[in-house]
Design a protein around this ligand. Structure first.
Ligand code: HEM
Length: 426
């Protein structure tokens, strides 16, 4: 159904709150702000907030929205499971972060139980959709990515249970999640949504290759992961080259769809988040080829943060702005006439033109800080700027949310079409 889904929206917004937590924990990291007092628990807490909180909740929420819109289903049943889904995910991440910081293993395990329940509910909702006659691209990418999320979760469980099989260390978990789960989601979502966000359509000549691209992408993820996990450099190089080719195809498709089209580009600020974000993501991934496995300390930090802090996070902010604007506008205003409010009032293009470059420049300064063997002044400058622009973005998100909540008393139910409400009234 082509309207917002309230709990999908709440899940994405909660993901954004965990982004702020990730940043706070990042600044508390040994060597960043704190010089000698090494707080070990901050490292796993930062990891949990980043992957399961920020990236995790945004992907889960966006998937719920995409699956519902494309398969034209009205609601996720049973309905009262939806707040439980959100509650378990949120409480799960909070408990895991708290458990990491306070060094209470039981809290981490309990949090993981809660979070896993959310993933079970999510699977229960999305996997059967494969039988829906409207199931099509990009749902294949999103469902395919789920295999890597479940694998990542099994590895996290093994790690928490002291890894009896000797399979799961951070390196494996991070790469299963980034190379498999994040990359497939990002490819599917970008191919489907970026041209649409900019008022364009997917290039016709490349559209026919999308399903084959998905299979190729899925296989290249597995080869690259196999190489990394077994430390076989030849397999890593083959998998890595295939993986980059898969991404290159996405970039060419997006370029042709957006820049070679005759239509004028709408809301170009979205591109300012996603275009440079992809470049930083590519740069970060390329650093991985430069033996990131062996590297430690700050070169490793540049590899991680070019990919995730500057690349992925800025892409996600651009996407969140568009997805949540669509959700809030359609939830509050569908079927209402003469309100004078349009989706552009939620997108706030003018402010995004400042926020996108602000985030990119300060993110770049953070990377310089990491690269120059932890130059503290540069790092502090970059972090301050980055956090400031994230908070400004957060203020716009909050203002949108307040506006949306105020308007919900006039809105038609989220799972009804305007014609059905008119009929009910008659
Ligand atoms: C203010 C921003 C941030 C700062 C100052 C920061 C700082 C750090 C530092 C110092 C490390 C340890 C590096 C090492 O072990 O070599 C680290 C690790 C990491 N960071 Fe960040 N970080 C920030 C934001 C982020 C964001 C937004 C993400 C993801 C979206 C992220 C993901 C990670 C990951 C995955 C690790 C590896 C954790 C592990 O080894 O278990 N960071 N961060």
């Amino acid at each position: 159904m082509f309207r917002g889904e309230p709990w999908a929206l709440n899940t994405i917004l909660t993901g954004f709150l965990f982004f702020i937590v990730t940043l706070m924990l990042g600044t508390m990291m040994p060597g960043v702000m704190i010089t000698n007092s090494v707080v070990f628990g901050v490292v796993p807490a930062h990891f949990t907030a980043a992957f399961l909180g920020w990236i995790g909740l945004v992907i889960l929420g966006a998937q719920l929205q995409f699956f519902r819109a494309i398969t034209a289903e009205r609601r996720y049943e049973p309905e009262n499971l939806r707040p439980i889904y959100w509650g378990f995910a949120t409480l799960g991440v909070l408990l895991m972060i708290g458990g990491d910081l306070l060094r209470h293993g039981w809290m981490v395990v309990l949090g993981l139980v809660f979070y896993s329940i959310t993933i079970v509910i999510h699977s229960f909702w999305i996997i059967p959709k494969i039988k829906n006659k409207l199931f099509k691209f990009p749902l294949n990418y999103l469902l395919g990515s789920h295999v890597f999320l479940v694998t990542g979760m099994i590895l996290i469980w093994l790690q928490v249970l002291n890894d009896p099989l000797g399979l799961a260390d951070n390196f494996e978990i991070i790469h299963v999640l980034t190379i498999g789960w994040i990359s497939l989601n990002l490819q599917g979502a970008l191919i489907r949504a970026l041209p649409m966000f900019l008022g364009q359509v997917i290039d016709r000549s490349m559209r026919q290759w999308i399903d084959r691209h998905f299979v190729f992408s899925f296989v290249s993820n597995i080869v690259l992961l196999a190489g990394l996990i077994t430390s076989q450099s030849i397999i890593t190089w083959i998998g890595g080259t295939l993986w980059l080719l898969v991404w290159l195809w996405v970039v060419v498709l997006l370029f042709r769809s957006i820049f070679l089209s005759k239509r004028s580009i709408e809301y170009p600020a979205t591109l300012w988040f996603i275009g440079p974000g992809l470049l930083f993501l590519a740069f970060g991934a390329m650093l991985g080829f430069h033996d990131a496995e062996a590297a430690s300390g700050f070169p490793r930090a540049v590899h991680i943060h070019s990919s995730l802090l500057v690349g992925l996070s800025i892409i996600m902010i651009g996407a969140i702005n568009r997805i949540t604007s669509f959700q809030m506008f359609t939830l509050a205003y569908t079927g209402r006439r003469d309100t004078g409010v349009a989706v552009s009032d939620f997108i706030k293009e003018k402010y995004m033109r400042v926020i996108a470059p602000g985030l990119l420049i300060s993110g770049f300064v953070v990377l310089l800080g990491f690269a120059r063997a932890a130059s503290r002044p540069l790092m502090l400058l970059g972090i301050t700027g980055y956090v400031l622009f994230v908070l400004i973005f957060g203020i716009y998100l909050l203002r949108n949310y307040i506006h949306y909540r105020q308007q919900m008393k006039f809105a038609i139910p989220y799972d009804k079409k305007p014609s059905e409400v008119d009929n009910d009234a008659k």
